[in-house]
Design a protein around this ligand. Sequence first.
Ligand SMILES: *[C@@H]1O[C@H](CO)[C@@H](O)[C@H](O)[C@H]1NC(C)=O
Ligand SMILES: *[C@@H]1O[C@H](CO)[C@@H](O)[C@H](O)[C@H]1NC(C)=O
Length: 381
Amino acid sequence: MAPSLATTALFLAALLVVSVSPAAAARSGSKHAIPTASSSDGKPTAAATTHDIPAVFAFGDSTLDPGNNNRLLTLVRADHAPYGRAFPAGVAPSGRFSDGKLITDYIVAALGIKDLLPAYHDHGLTHANATTGVSFASGGSGLDDLTAHGVLVSTFESQISDFQQLLSRIGEPQASDIAGKSLFILSAGTNDVTMNYYMMPFRALNYPTIDGYHDYLINKFQSYIQSLYKLGARRFIVAGMPPVGCLPVMKSLRGMQPPLSSGHGCVELQNQETQRYNAKLQKALAQLEANSTGATVSFVDNYTPLLDMVTHPDKYGFTQTGLGCCGTGMMEMGALCTSLLPQCKSPEQYMFFDSVHPTQATYKAMADQIIKAHISQFTNN
Ligand SMILES: *[C@@H]1O[C@H](CO)[C@@H](O)[C@H](O)[C@H]1NC(C)=O
Ligand SMILES: *[C@@H]1O[C@H](CO)[C@@H](O)[C@H](O)[C@H]1NC(C)=O
């Protein structure tokens, strides 16, 4: 690898906020939108009124980070244009790594809790805001602490400490009640494999096979869930990994020609490895659920729906699934994705907003599926 490419890869790795996790498609109003939890006349459905979920708490990486990194000296930030361009004019980019909303925003709205799930470290956050849910997620982080340390962002453990701090501020008996009934949405892992194994194989030294590294990551995931369980959490929604080999940046780094339209050219080996990880994670979570009295631990398969977008883009109204909307769409993200670069005209036709992160159209379609398949178990309809 030429030094400049190595440098680029490292820099990208640093920015790889990643993990297209629960992502999803078809933004609101698109004729290809998957049916949502809201009725077509826009009124909240029973889901919004017949549940006992007081709050939603999110942990993990950029797919769930609404701006926690804005205060950090890291390149993994999205509090600048063109991020957030789907929000109304005059609303400053929040730090969400997309053109608009994240999956957790759609989920809290579908539950009738609020319109957006804010960042725990948002300056304007009030105590009342936090008691109905916040995200502790930090772009660029992972299950392996090495990942977050490499880009100066919050580790999973420090996100859990933030939650613990919030609970103590809320105080008993309200804290236990909120913890026990709220949804805990967790998504991480993609940055670990992309940054520490595929791009810069630091972890290959400790784990000669990627399957060994997967076992390490899954153990970490279980221990984080157990920590939250000890703090009173009972309702978990845990994301698997997306088809990592279909991220535009992974295709670019593999030197593969990006597809001109959409669909092909995913790094097949990475996708196969991801599928093995997901199968193992799903099994581990089922065991954890069986061992944790009173807990529900749902595995969310992101892999299948995201691969379906790549192979059947027309179902989602997409004309481009191989390149991000920002710049060339092959490499730019975080600090490298700026408004000085050319931008696509219609992000709603793009699966990815930058070379790693989905558009809100993708997130919307993913959220619709998650609400139907996983959130409905907590609602009485
Ligand atoms: C906090 O709640 C107030 C009142 O509901 C709302 O206007 C504001 O946007 C919320 N702030 C954040 C950061 O979510
Ligand atoms: C669940 O319990 C079984 C039997 O005690 C044990 O072998 C397994 O390691 C436990 N798994 C987890 C994830 O706690």
